[in-house]
Design a protein around this ligand. Structure first.
Ligand code: NAD
Length: 274
């Protein structure tokens, strides 16, 4: 299958690119490099032993996006492109809505114009808000505690409306969180621009001497030492999950739920739905 990865040179996108290419798919990476570098494509080529088409484009550029979908005869899209830092989303909420929500609208318009109707969306477990029960499942009520989460909620609602209006769309939302690790080659990994917003790259930068220290917040959680405990998922497992989601969408083996889309909480199910 010919698959476009928006945000494809970013952390999860680049690892998913490896998994998809190694499964025999033709991949095209599209990115505006706001949080990644074009060189990621070269490193992917080294891992895969073949070059990977790369397009520099903002997802809000609907015209160029449409051209790209047509030029590469794209059959499915995985939409990773987005801003993802919770703190920054509170300080720069307008940027987050403009980038994430406007970006999703632009992508859907381009896909509609080119007749591409299979989409996997990088949602987030943040759409569950503060847990009302544990473990959280897909029936857990949705809410958001910050603008980043609200952009994900709005995009999920948008996708649901689109899927209800036109049954030829096949859309899956993956609500994951806390991917860590890197491809076994060590050639790609999590290398954000500026100060990392995620814990693991921050720890790596402290370990390598780039930053002096890591502050640990919170000391009254019900854990042995009072600090927080989190679940993590290896990024290559998450990458495989995206391939599984596409396969299932194409095979029609996922029944849409009431939202008209399929929704999976990757961290919770440890991707056993593959
Ligand atoms: N990493 C996590 O912890 C996590 C958890 C849940 C969901 N997600 C979601 O997964 C997706 C990918 O996350 P990631 O960790 O790989 O982040 P990332 O920042 O490494 O990758 C996102 C990529 O999108 C690109 N991008 C951003 N806005 C763009 C735009 N308007 N046009 C084109 N490209 C654009 C960035 O340059 C970057 O390469 C995001 O949508 C994020 O919200 C991430």
């Amino acid at each position: 299958m010919n698959i476009l990865l928006t945000g494809g040179t970013g952390y999860i996108g680049s690892h998913t690119a490896v998994a998809l290419a190694q499964a025999g798919h033709q991949i095209v990476l599209l990115d505006n490099y706001s949080n990644s570098r074009p060189g990621a494509g070269d490193r992917l080529a080294k891992i895969l032993g073949q070059s990977v088409p790369q397009v520099e484009c903002d997802v809000r550029n609907t015209t160029r996006l449409t051209q790209t979908l047509r030029q590469h005869a794209i059959e499915a899209v995985i939409h990773f492109a987005g801003l993802k830092a919770v703190g920054a989303s509170m300080a720069r909420s307008l940027d987050y809505y403009a980038n994430n929500v406007q970006g999703a609208i632009s992508l859907l318009q381009a896909m509609q114009a080119s007749g591409v109707k299979t989409l996997v969306f990088s949602s987030s477990a943040t759409v569950y808000g503060d847990p009302q029960y544990l473990p959280i499942d897909e029936q857990h009520p949705r809410s958001a505690t910050n603008p980043y989460g609200r952009t994900k909620l709005q995009i999920e609602d948008l996708l649901s409306d689109v899927a209800h209006a036109d049954k030829t769309w096949h859309i899956s939302c993956l609500r994951y969180f806390n991917p860590v690790g890197a491809h076994e080659s060590g050639l790609i990994g999590e290398a954000p621009q500026g100060i990392p917003d995620n814990l693991m790259p921050f720890i790596a930068q402290v370990a390598s001497g780039e930053r002096p220290q890591l502050n640990i917040f919170g000391n009254d959680y019900p854990t042995p030492d009072g600090t927080g405990v989190r679940d993590y998922i290896h990024v290559m497992d998450l990458a495989a999950g995206h391939g599984a989601a596409l396969t299932a969408l194409n095979a029609g083996t996922w029944e849409p739920n009431s939202s008209g889309t399929t929704i999976h909480t990757a961290w919770l199910q440890k991707l056993t739905f593959c």
